[in-house]
Write a protein that binds this ligand. Structure first.
Ligand code: HEM
Length: 201
């Protein structure tokens, strides 16, 4: 199989924005001094996720939820296939990875919402506890996600991390997307900055 274009620019840059912003929010979470940076990083996470939800409906082929959110049976089959050494190859996200992505996006939104309410002094101590628990849950799912990326990379002999940078993956020519959507990337960046600024103010 050849390398073909699978991930557009908004998916790739959105992913790394999410990773960077989540990491920054995590390391600044306990500090009063870094509160504004923490709120800005959290706002970036929320902005990137809100954009991703819309892009999952109207984006390019492999970015769409309809193309990668499959039933629990397909996810289980993929994991069993990994254990047997004959896991099916997917041009986009695999059936198990799709569920980790849904969990990360959901936890990211809930973490952001509880953090924003706490930041606005709208929740009590309990909401802060909920915010921390959600962030910890998200870190745990992210760890499972990264482990899954490593295992799938080894199983399919393909560097999936590199594919999230270049957009190229093994696939048939008819599975490729025609355009990497660089202009939508500009919209994404503008939206994320506006969102982060608005939520951190
Ligand atoms: C630095 C460690 C990470 C690496 C190497 C990594 C790598 C990847 C790769 C290779 C994919 C595509 C998987 C596939 O081929 O199906 C992916 C997807 C994804 N990752 Fe990560 N990831 C990392 C950390 C994270 C973290 C911390 C989060 C959440 C905060 C995250 C959220 C996501 C999401 C939401 C997707 C779906 C992308 C999309 O369809 O828009 N990742 N990641």
């Amino acid at each position: 199989m050849d390398k073909v274009l699978i991930w557009d620019w908004p998916v790739r840059i959105g992913h790394w924005l999410l990773v960077g912003a989540f990491a920054l929010a995590w390391i600044t979470g306990d500090s009063e001094e870094w509160r504004l940076v923490h709120a800005f990083a959290g706002g970036t996470v929320v902005g990137a996720i809100l954009f991703r939800l819309l892009w999952g409906l109207v984006g390019t082929r492999h970015a769409r939820f309809a193309s990668f959110v499959r039933g629990p049976r397909a996810a289980l089959d993929y994991v069993l296939g990994l254990l047997r050494g004959d896991a099916s190859q997917y041009a986009g996200h695999n059936a198990a990875g799709g569920w980790a992505i849904v969990a990360l996006l959901t936890l990211g939104l809930l973490t952001g919402a509880s953090g924003w309410l706490t930041y606005q002094d709208m929740g009590g101590e309990w909401l802060e506890e909920v915010h921390e628990a959600l962030a910890t849950g998200m870190l745990a799912v992210a760890a499972v996600h990264v482990a899954g990326v490593v295992v799938s990379s080894l199983a399919h002999r393909e560097n999936l991390l590199r594919s999230m940078l270049t957009g190229l993956k093994q696939g048939r020519p008819d599975e490729a997307i025609a355009n990497a959507r660089p202009l939508v990337l500009v919209v994404l960046l503008g939206w994320v900055v506006a969102c982060a600024w608005w939520l951190a103010r």
